[in-house]
Design a protein around this ligand. Structure first.
Ligand code: FDA
Length: 388
């Protein structure tokens, strides 16, 4: 059966493209339901975009590539779409917009838009082979042989293989002579060796605002102690910049002069234990665990300036070398992907094979945590959909 356009992947990018690619478009997905990652995103409320989304919030071999699509379909365009569908939303923090009720509202909206545009969808359909010839593309699928003039690859990255992530986009890209940049799990918790775990494990569940840095990049967001190491938005953000063997630096008291605070506590009441003073600066469990790990048993009055300075430095420049990440099993996204030099930044069309498009997470454009990855899915999906 022939279709003008076939879109592989009924995720965020694929559904957005389907809403603009014209009647007769067919969307194919091997999953049981469309938009499964949208459904589980943002704790079930989908952080669907960010008020401040801009090219500086994305990692890519070519940081300029995302500019055109982001400028032509912006967060305001998506907010307008959400508004037209009457979906209630709110800003949580840092410009992050979430559904008031459920992420399912966003899926229902995209399906309605897709149907209104005259596109149809086939689920639980595996694509075994893609071929290209003078007649267009030929797909061998579990549901028979299909042909199309334009083929959009919107199958996402490798994160959460349990949900059907397959790396399919990279295989198709390489088949057609595209380069694929190194792919890595990103927005992922970091894991640590036994020395760090002995401190973090008993503190599992403790959360506090922190600044986490790797090289010249830093993020000030929540930090979470877990049984496996460290997580929370600050760690997920820095994980996209971290590389094996590199240390990270954690400031547990961002915006505070810890040394001045400790000296002031000593001046006010020198009989207090150092650990007690720490509890005024940090969550109680962390203060106790930190004091124990550092052997801080004495009173403030008996703690000289040099030792207080050492304690303060430890709190504000806690140097840690992660052992690794939790990997694709829990990564929110895949860093890297189909190299942008092979794609037209206005349309997402392949420069090698006319009619072939790559959109969404499969492309080497990766957003920060905070609604940026969905914005890339909407923007790149719109760019391809309207170009077809
Ligand atoms: P996506 O993964 O959404 O869709 C790909 C589709 O292709 C899937 O439906 C899959 O079944 C299908 N597919 C894959 N291989 C196939 C094959 N071989 N044949 C047929 N179909 C195939 N981002 C954000 O901005 N805000 C947020 O709140 C969150 N929250 C979040 C939570 C969790 C737990 C995760 C894992 C991720 C997020 N993200 C996020 C990231 C966001 O989900 C992600 O960036 C987008 O879903 C990417 O959209 P795509 O359409 O590119 O891929």
């Amino acid at each position: 059966m022939h279709h003008p356009t076939i879109i592989l992947g009924a995720g965020a990018a694929g559904l957005m493209a389907a809403a603009h690619a014209g009647p007769g478009t067919l969307v194919i997905d091997h999953a049981k339901a469309p938009g499964e990652k949208i459904r589980i995103s943002g704790g079930g409320r989908c952080n669907f975009t960010n008020l401040y989304a801009g090219p500086e919030n994305f990692l890519s071999e070519n940081p300029h590539f995302c500019k055109s699509a982001l400028a032509r379909y912006t967060q305001w365009d998506f907010i307008d779409l959400v508004g037209r569908h009457g979906i209630p939303w709110h800003e949580k923090v840092l410009g992050q917009l979430f559904c008031d009720t459920s992420a399912k509202d966003v899926i229902a909206m995209l399906l309605a838009e897709m149907r209104r545009a005259g596109a149809e969808m086939r689920l639980q359909a595996e694509v075994q082979e893609v071929a290209h010839g003078p007649e267009g593309f030929t797909l061998t699928t579990g549901a028979g042989v299909l042909t199309c003039d334009s083929l959009v690859i919107a199958t996402g990255g490798k994160s959460i293989p349990k949900m059907g992530a397959s790396g399919f986009a990279y295989r198709v890209a390489e088949q057609f002579g595209h380069r694929v940049t190194e792919t890595r799990p990103a927005l992922v918790p970091l894991t640590f060796g036994p020395d760090v775990l002995s401190l973090t494990k008993p503190l599992a569940g403790v959360s506090l605002p922190a600044r986490v840095a790797c090289g010249a990049t830093s993020f000030e967001e929540a930090l979470l102690f877990t049984h496996r190491g460290l997580s929370g938005p600050a760690i997920l953000q820095i994980s996209s910049y971290w590389r094996e063997t590199k240390p990270i630096s954690v400031d547990l008291l961002p915006g505070t002069d810890a040394l001045a605070a400790l000296k002031e506590a000593r001046r006010a009441n020198g009989r207090r234990a150092v650990g007690t003073a720490l509890a005024e600066l940090l969550p109680t469990r962390l203060a106790a665990g930190w004091a124990e790990a550092q052997g801080l048993t004495g009173q403030l009055a008996n703690t000289p300036d040099a030792r207080l300075a050492e304690v303060a430095r430890g709190l504000q420049d806690w140097q840690l070398t992660p052992a690794g990440t939790e990997g694709y099993r829990t990564a929110e996204v895949t860093l890297g992907g189909v190299a942008t030099d092979g794609l037209d930044s206005r349309t997402m069309e392949s420069k090698r094979v006319p009619g072939l498009y790559f959109i969404g997470e499969g492309v080497d454009v990766t957003g920060w945590l905070g609604g940026y990855n969905f914005q890339w899915a909407w923007s790149s999906g719109w760019a391809a959909g309207t170009a077809i």
